[in-house]
Each structure stands twice: as C-alpha cells, then as structure tokens.
Write a protein that binds this ligand. Sequence first.
Ligand code: DQA
Length: 152
Amino acid sequence: MAKPVYVLNGPNLNMLGLREPSIYGAETLAGVQRRTEARAELLGLEVDFRQSNVEGELVTWIQQAREAASGIILNAGAYTHTSLALLDALNAAELPAIEVHLSNVFRRESFRHHSFISLGARGVICGFGPKVYELALEAMAEILGQQPATRA
Ligand code: DQA
C-alpha cells in the first residue's frame, strides 16, 4: 500500500467559508477536503488531510510524515510568514513538499510576500482558491511518478 500524501493546513483555515470570503471564498475546509480527496482518487493517490491551529502540532505531523507519507502539501496559513520551525521540519522530512495558498499572497500586504516555507518546498501554488490543492496534487502525482487511476 502506497504511503499517503499529507495535506496539512495551518491556523484559521478551519474558518474557511466564514473567514473573509472576499479573499478566501465561500467554500468550507470540509469542501476543500472533499475536492482534494476526489482529485487524489483520480490521480491514484491517497491523502491524509489535516488542520491545526497549533504550530507545534504541525511540526509533529511533518516529523511523522518522514516515515508515514510520500509527500507533503502544506498551507501553513500565517505561519508561512513566521515559522522557522516549520521550515526546519520540512527540511528534516526529506520529502517532496508543495506550498499552497488560496489567495494570491503577492497581491496582498507586503508581510505576506515572504515565505519561510518556500525554502523547503519544491514549488508554490497560490491564488486560485481551493483549486490550488488539486493543482498541487497534480504536481505531486508527477513528482511521485504516479499514473492516473483508470476508470472502471
Ligand atoms: C493563506 C495566506 C496567508 O497569508 C494567511 O495568513 C492565511 C491563508 C492562504 O491560503 O491564502 O491564513 O495561507
């Protein structure tokens, strides 16, 4: 059985749907999870989708990923712009990692233009709303050499 791709979400992403819909859209995190899992199935990938508001919990999950996951897709929320600990964890995991953001962080406040996560990521996808998770899975499937699942 192939290892899952960890899809990790940081602080305030549990508030999707309610939180600043003009920036983040109307879809809830449960909706994002459903579309991510559906896309993963088409790509022949397993996903383990999680959210935490706690930086240390995200660090622990990334540490666990080293053994338990095949890759990491990470929306670290505001920790993107502050967390050296998440960068260290990603580098220690030695797995392909893709950074995602729902919003186009480069069209926003200048403090969102810098990401610590990017130094540990193969690539960054931002600005396309919930679709960024699906695009990251497409890229991850290619990195992992996964064939799309054939429909029955
Ligand atoms: C975010 C962008 C971050 O700057 C912000 O702090 C978030 C969400 C995004 O998905 O657009 O919480 O990561």
